[in-house]
Design a binder for this molecule. Structure first.
Ligand code: OZZ
Ligand code: MG
Length: 214
């Protein structure tokens, strides 16, 4: 039985990155996925937009839906101020196992709590389990048909506050048309589209940034 793509990505990190150096982990993954084997990381191009939004928001509490191998988890956690926390939700135990190792290799395990399970079950437990009052920042990058139900769930669970920033990946490719409709037509969000390209390709994709207005 051969290795999986996430396992090969982890090998590339262990081979080419420096332990405790998040930038080298990010570069190693981007190099591997651009030149060896594509994978669904937000990537270096959209990653710069993610970085700039994060720097602007400077969240104390952040949520990521869809860890996959931990690439964007590392991108987010490396920019968090001391004492800030990132909770990342992953459904697939094999992906979670690789992500934990990549996050640890970057030396960011103290800033990150990786929770395994479906987002729909975990979101309602965030307050009681992690003592979260509300999130300052949410990165949506999981199953695209979960973006709307999970956004509604975050609202209903009182996990968004006036000014919370939602940033959604792939609103063009593979696309999240219902989500775009939802945030653009809602009086409770102020949205803007950041045009970019699908990771490691020339195909158009982009990020939608939506500020919750309360
Ligand atoms: O399909 C895509 N993403 C789906 C991601 C899903 C991830 O979210 C987790 N999850 C975590 C919690 C859940 O409740 C459900 C799933 C899954 O276990 C997986 O790790 C995608 C596809 C392309 N593409 O070009 O095809 C490009 C991208 O950037 C993408 O993000
Ligand atoms: Mg994505």
């Amino acid at each position: 039985t051969g290795s999986t793509r996430p396992q090969r990505m982890l090998k590339a990190v262990q081979k080419n990155a420096t332990k405790g150096d998040p930038e080298s982990v990010i570069s190693a993954i981007d190099y591997y996925c651009r030149h060896k084997e594509w994978a669904m990381n937000v990537g270096d191009e959209k990653g710069l937009i993610l970085d700039s939004v994060l720097t602007e928001v400077n969240p104390s509490t952040a949520l990521e839906l869809g860890t996959y191998c931990g690439y964007s988890t590392v991108r987010i956690a490396r920019l968090l101020s001391p004492g800030s926390k990132l909770i990342t939700v992953e459904f697939n135990p094999d992906f979670a196992a690789v992500a934990r190792q990549i996050i640890a290799y970057a030396g960011l395990q103290d800033k990150v709590t990786l929770v395994e399970g479906p987002s729909g079950d975990l979101i309602p437990k965030m307050k009681e389990r992690f003592g979260i009052k509300s999130f300052d920042f949410v990165f949506l990058d999981h199953w695209k048909d979960r973006y709307v139900p999970d956004t509604k769930l975050l609202e209903d669970c009182g996990l968004l506050r006036k000014g919370t920033v939602l940033l959604a990946d792939n609103v063009i490719c593979p696309g999240a048309p219902e989500y775009l409709k939802y945030v653009k037509n809602s009086a409770h969000y102020e949205s803007q589209y950041y045009k970019s390209n699908l990771e490691y390709t020339k195909v158009e994709d982009g990020l939608e940034k939506s500020v919750f207005l309360g």
